[in-house]
Design a protein around this ligand. Structure first.
Ligand SMILES: C[S@@+](CC[C@H](N)C(=O)[O-])C[C@H]1O[C@@H](n2cnc3c(N)ncnc32)[C@H](O)[C@@H]1O
Length: 320
């Protein structure tokens, strides 16, 4: 994966922090805390470990957890192995040395799976000590085996085949296990200031997600709700996990300009791969007009005047 993708994953952490629906998260963590400890969590598409670090920093996991984060991309796991311990140490955790779980390596000699322990002492105000064993592993979510209390799939179900992913999640979960799927894209990408070409650009972007990209979909969030209803799963909560990046007089918060930049370039690549023959007459635009739309948006981004809003859904459900 490119450096810019890793930069994007790191930069979007604060966008996700604001986006996550706290009611859905509360449902997930309170259901998780009623399970016997140590609680086993598997995260699919863990990226650079942002969700894992967040849940620990926000102190919403049970005190004793065994957390297995997997990603198919070795460069994500290499970066997660650097970033997660850094962040947990900054949050006051004592982080043990990592060790390889097995002798297996993947590309460039990267260990397939490493594990370390993060611990915190009881706080003076009566808080409990925590003991979290974290395994970061290069693996395909679709070939895993586990017996987990919870599977987390953040910003993941919109880029993979949904039915296969839900079947994989079901097979990874113990009876009554939980599936937490926040930040699943659901059909809207908007920019400010508005531009007359926005609607056509968005239609083409969604066409790419639905018809050109090998998997995923532009309405994956709604599709998750439908699929959960079609299965013998119980929906515990659902809510909006919308991304909002708004420049202020002081510029973009944190590193969020990089998020909008990555989204724009992803859209530019996507639209370049769409054949206008496959679009309705109303959705076609001359290449030159499309190129100028991207130029306008990049100029606004540089000037700190481009806002970005994407609609996502957060869902938590329980399997039988
Ligand atoms: C959009 S990113 C989200 C990363 C992270 N969950 C986050 O929210 O920051 C999707 C991640 O899924 C990973 N991924 C895609 N297909 C996968 C698969 N079959 N198995 C495991 N990981 C996969 C990608 O490498 C990428 O890191």
């Amino acid at each position: 994966m490119t450096t810019s993708f890793l930069t994007y994953l790191e930069a979007k952490r604060t966008v996700d922090d604001s986006a996550l629906d706290r009611r859905v998260l509360d449902q997930f963590t309170s259901a998780l805390s009623s399970r016997g400890e140590p609680v086993r969590v598997v995260e699919l598409g863990v990226g650079v470990g942002a969700m894992l670090s967040r849940l620990i920093e926000w102190d919403v996991l049970p005190p004793r957890v065994s957390y297995r984060g997997v990603d198919i991309d070795p460069s994500c796991i290499v970066r997660a192995r650097e970033r997660v311990p850094e962040r947990l140490e900054s949050a006051g955790y004592t982080v043990g040395a990592p060790r390889s779980v097995c002798d297996e390596t993947v590309a460039d000699g990267v260990p397939k799976a490493t594990t370390f322990v993060a611990q915190s002492s009881p706080s003076s105000d009566g808080g409990t000590a925590t003991d979290i064993e974290i395994t970061l592993e290069v693996a395909d979510a679709f070939t895993l085996e586990d017996d987990a209390d919870a599977v987390i799939a953040a910003a993941f179900l919109d880029i993979v085949d949904l039915e296969s992913a839900l079947a994989a999640i079901e097979s990874l979960l113990a009876p009554d296990g939980l599936c937490y799927a926040p930040i699943t894209y659901n059909g809207s990408t908007a920019f400010t200031p508005r531009d007359p070409l926005d609607e056509t650009i968005e239609t083409q972007y969604h066409h790419h997600m639905d018809e050109v990209r090998p998997a995923g979909g532009s309405r994956a969030g709604s599709a998750v709700l439908e699929s959960v209803a079609d299965r013998p799963w119980s929906l515990l909560a659902a809510g909006g996990g919308d991304w909002v990046v708004s420049p202020t007089a002081g510029g973009y918060p944190h590193r969020e300009q990089a998020v909008v930049s990555h989204v724009l370039e992803t859209m530019a690549d996507a639209l370049a791969a769409v054949s206008s023959n496959d679009l309705s007459a109303a959705s076609r635009i001359p290449e030159e007009r499309r190129r100028r739309w991207f130029e306008r948006r990049r100029t606004q981004l540089e000037a700190g005047t481009l806002g970005y809003v994407a609609h996502n859904l957060d869902v938590v459900a329980r399997v039988p």
